[in-house]
Design a protein around this ligand. Structure first.
Ligand SMILES: *[C@@H]1O[C@H](CO)[C@@H](O)[C@H](O)[C@H]1NC(C)=O
Length: 501
C-alpha cells in the first residue's frame, strides 16, 4: 500500500512538471552585451534598429556636466552595435523627457544638461540642437500632441526644484513657450523626498484636440489643455490606488481610450511597491474617465516596464518589490502577460538578469520585446551593460518550443496614409485581424509614444482593407508598425506605416 501511494505521488509530481515544461510561456533569447547601460531607448523607423543611450559616461552619470552623451545603435538583424559619443548638441541626455514627433524625429529634452533640447533625425542619422526649454528639467515627461507640438511637464530632478509647470514646443516656429494654465501642482505625488521626487515621470497620453490626459503616477489624475496659455481640469482619483511612482501606464487600445496601469510605489526611494492594476477609459477631453480596479499582478513592482503587443496584450517585465534605486534587491525575474479579454495576469518565462532602476522595455518590429539596462552607478555591482529579447507565447505553438508559422504581409497599397484614410494589405495567406503600434521611445518607466490601435479589416480574398482612425489624438501621426494576426493570434513581421495629418 505504501509503495503504491508513493508511486501515485511521483506520478502526480511528474505530470505537474511536464505541464510546466510544456506550457507556452514565451522564451528569452541570449544575453546581448552593449557598450553602455541602455538607460534610454528608441526604435529607428527607417531600419528597425534600436537606439540606446546612457549619460556622459557609459556606466555612471553626473554631477560633472560634460555636455555629451554615450549612444549606441543595435542592429537586430546582424547583431552589430555602433557606439557613438554625441558632442555636437552639448547635451548630457541622461534622465530626459523623450517623445517621437510626426516625422519620426526623436526629441530629447533636459536631463543632466537641464535646459537643452536635442533632436535625433533618424533619416539623416544626426543629432540636431533645438532651442533650450524655458524651464530646465530632469525626470519630466514629454508627449507629442495631436497637432504636432510637444508638451512637457514636471522634472525637478534637475535644473532646480519646484515650479515645473507645462511648456510647449512648436516645430513650425522651432520655439518653446510657457503654458501658465498648466500647473504641475495638481499632479504631484506625496513623495517623502518632496517636490524633487513629486513631479517626476508623469503618465501622459496625448488625446483629442491637443489635450493631454495625465493618468499618474499621482493618485490624482488630470486633463491638460494646450491651446492659448493652457488649462487644467481635475479628472478624479485612480479609484483607491496609491501614488504609484515608477509604475507603468500603457494605452493598449487607443480607439476605445483604454489605459492599463500597474504597480509603482508611494515614494521613489524606500517604499513598498504595489500589485495594483487598473483599467482607465478616457473619452471627451475634460470628462471624468471611468476607472476600474482589476485583478492584481502576481508581483508587486516598481521600475518595471510595460509593453503593448500586437494582439493587444500587455507584457510587464522587471522591477523590484521595494523602491531601492541602484540595487537589484527584491528584483522580480518573472514577467507577466495581461490579457484585456480576461483582465487577468499570467506569469511568463523567468529570466536571469534583474531589470530594475534604469531598465527599459520596447516592442521590436518582429514582435519580440527588448528588455535591457539597469544600474548606471559607476563602481556599483548592479550595472547591466546588456539586454535580452523576449519572444512572447504568440511566436510559438502550444508546446512553447516549436516556432509558430507566421503570417506574411506581401504588400501594402500605400506606406503613407492620412488619418481617416485606408490601406489595402495583400497577404500571403488568410489572417483575422490587424493592429498598429506606434514606434516608441522610453526611459525611467515612461513611454508616452506607444499605443495600440486594433483594426478589423474588410476582406476580399487575400486583400484586407484597414481604416486608420480619423482623429489625430487617437492615431497620433508619425511612424507605426502594422502587424497582421492569424486566427491563432500569431503576428506577422511589421510593415512600417507613416500616418500623417
Ligand atoms: C535612497 O535612500 C537611502 C536611505 O536613505 C539612501 O542611502 C540612498 O542614497 C537613496 N537613494 C537615492 C537614489 O536617492
Amino acid at each position: 500500500m505504501f509503495p503504491k501511494l508513493l508511486l501515485f505521488h511521483i506520478t502526480a509530481l511528474l505530470s505537474v512538471n511536464t505541464l510546466v515544461r510544456g506550457a507556452n510561456l514565451g522564451q528569452w533569447g541570449p544575453l546581448i552585451e552593449f557598450p553602455l547601460v541602455p538607460v534610454a531607448a528608441a526604435l529607428l523607423h527607417d531600419t528597425g534598429e534600436l537606439l540606446v543611450w546612457s549619460a556622459y559616461s557609459t556606466d555612471t552619470f553626473g554631477p560633472t556636466i560634460s555636455g555629451q552623451t554615450q549612444t549606441a545603435i543595435y542592429n537586430p538583424a546582424t547583431g552589430a552595435v555602433t557606439k557613438k559619443t554625441i558632442t555636437n548638441t552639448q547635451h548630457d541626455m541622461f534622465c530626459p523627457g523623450i517623445s517621437v514627433d510626426f516625422t519620426g524625429r526623436i526629441m530629447v529634452t533636459g536631463g543632466d544638461t537641464a535646459a537643452k533640447t536635442s533632436i535625433y533625425d533618424v533619416t539623416g542619422n544626426d543629432w540636431i540642437a533645438a532651442p533650450d526649454m524655458k524651464i530646465p528639467r530632469g525626470y519630466q515627461a514629454s508627449a507629442i500632441l495631436s497637432d504636432g507640438r510637444t508638451f512637457v511637464i514636471g522634472g525637478s530632478w534637475s535644473g532646480g526644484i519646484g515650479g515645473k509647470n507645462g511648456e510647449i514646443y512648436d516645430p513650425t516656429k522651432n520655439s518653446w513657450s510657457l503654458l501658465p494654465g498648466c500647473p504641475v501642482a495638481p499632479m504631484l505625488t506625496a513623495d517623502n523626498a518632496g517636490v524633487f521626487r513629486q513631479d517626476n515621470h508623469g503618465w501622459l497620453f496625448a488625446w483629442k484636440n491637443g489635450y493631454v490626459f495625465q493618468a499618474g503616477p499621482s493618485k490624482h489624475m488630470n486633463w491638460y489643455g494646450t491651446t492659448g496659455s493652457g488649462s487644467q481640469t481635475a479628472a478624479g482619483l485612480r479609484a483607491s490606488d496609491t501614488d504609484s511612482m515608477a509604475g507603468n501606464a500603457i494605452m493598449y487600445d487607443a480607439v476605445a481610450g483604454k489605459i492599463l496601469t500597474v504597480g509603482g510605489a508611494p515614494d521613489y526611494n524606500g517604499s513598498r511597491a504595489t500589485r495594483n492594476a487598473h483599467v482607465i477609459t478616457i473619452g471627451t477631453p475634460g470628462s471624468t474617465p471611468s476607472v476600474v480596479q482589476i485583478n492584481t499582478m502576481w508581483y508587486a513592482r516598481a521600475f518595471s516596464n510595460g509593453v503593448v503587443l500586437p494582439d493587444g496584450k500587455v507584457f510587464i517585465t522587471g522591477g523590484q518589490t521595494f523602491t531601492d534605486p541602484f540595487t537589484d534587491n527584491n528584483a522580480i525575474l518573472t514577467p507577466e502577460l495581461w490579457d484585456p479579454t480576461t483582465t487577468k495576469f499570467v506569469k511568463m518565462a523567468s529570466n536571469q538578469t534583474p531589470r530594475t532602476y534604469h531598465s527599459v522595455g520596447l516592442l521590436m518590429q518582429d514582435g519580440t520585446v527588448f528588455a535591457g539596462g539597469g544600474g548606471l552607478c559607476g563602481s556599483c555591482h548592479t550595472n547591466h551593460l546588456d539586454g535580452q529579447f523576449y519572444s512572447p507565447p504568440y511566436l510559438f505553438a502550444s508546446d512553447g518550443v516549436t516556432r509558430a508559422t507566421r503570417p506574411a504581409i506581401s504588400s501594402l497599397s500605400a506606406t503613407t496614409v492620412k488619418i481617416g484614410g485606408s490601406i489595402t494589405v495583400t497577404m500571403a495567406g488568410a489572417v483575422n485581424s490587424f493592429s498598429l503600434i506606434r514606434m516608441a521611445s522610453t526611459t525611467h518607466t515612461v513611454n508616452t509614444d506607444q499605443r495600440c490601435i486594433p483594426l478589423t479589416p474588410t476582406v476580399s480574398g487575400l486583400k484586407y482593407t484597414i481604416m486608420v482612425p480619423g482623429d489625430a489624438g487617437v492615431a497620433l501621426p508619425g511612424y507605426w508598425m502594422l502587424f497582421a494576426l492569424d486566427s491563432a493570434g500569431v503576428p506577422s513581421l511589421a510593415k512600417t506605416v507613416l500616418i500623417t495629418l
